[in-house]
Design a binder for this molecule. Structure first.
Ligand code: SAM
Length: 202
């Protein structure tokens, strides 16, 4: 099942122009709005959005934050994000290449809040752990993760995600990785049995 970063990047670049319209599920809307609400940046703070895609979360946070940095592996998705930022007139948002385990944070940025929505499940569980360690190394005061995450094993055929490209972790695996990386999980909201939002503080 495992796909390379290049495979994921190419797949998302192909669908970039239609991506926003396709995000019409209740679960996506619920997780996205909870991530934005929990991120709650102060006006002087810097937010890093990993797996930013077309910038849904980054752009929603731009009016509240001082600076927003969106990182993704797909040039097509990043191009859509930049187009939307320009159309909205958000001068404090920048989008560029970066991946979970190498987020490519600008040298002059001091990141306060890291967010990620519907993206980390593309990594295998050991890679998610490495990604969480890389996020901890950035030393944010808060990390908000919205994603496909399983409250229990899902029987074959009942997955709401695509098992051929998606590799969601259980909530337990994510909470353990966050705790091992020095975060305190202050809130966990499950959306059905296959999605959720975790709020992790330092
Ligand atoms: C389903 S989209 C979610 C986009 C956005 N966060 C949202 O809420 O609409 C997943 C995104 O994760 C990106 N992605 C996949 N693997 C990644 C990785 N290892 N590092 C950074 N981004 C990745 C994809 O290119 C894609 O844009």
């Amino acid at each position: 099942m495992k796909r390379s970063i290049a495979d994921h990047a190419a797949r998302f670049s192909e669908i970039a122009e239609e991506y926003d319209e396709a995000q019409d599920s209740d679960e996506y809307a619920a997780c996205a709005s909870m991530v934005v609400e929990a991120a709650d940046p102060r006006p002087e703070e810097t937010v890093l959005d990993l797996g930013t895609g077309t910038g849904a979360i980054a752009l929603a946070l731009a009016p509240a934050a001082g600076r927003v940095i969106g990182r993704d592996i797909s040039e097509g998705m990043l191009a859509e994000a930049r187009r939307k930022a320009e159309a909205a007139g958000h001068g404090n948002v920048e989008f560029g290449e970066g991946r979970f385990r190498e987020p490519n944070v600008p040298e002059d940025a001091d990141v306060d809040v890291v967010v990620s929505n519907f993206a980390m499940h593309h990594l295998a569980d050991d890679e998610k752990r490495e990604a969480i360690d890389a996020i901890a190394a950035i030393d944010p005061r808060r990390f908000v993760l919205g994603d496909v995450m399983l409250s229990a094993a899902i029987p074959e055929g009942e997955e709401q995600y695509a098992p051929e490209v998606d590799d969601p972790a259980t909530v337990g695996v994510l909470v353990e990785a966050l705790t091992d990386a020095g975060f305190v999980v202050s809130d966990a909201t499950l959306v059905g049995d296959q999605y959720g939002v975790l709020v992790a503080d330092r």
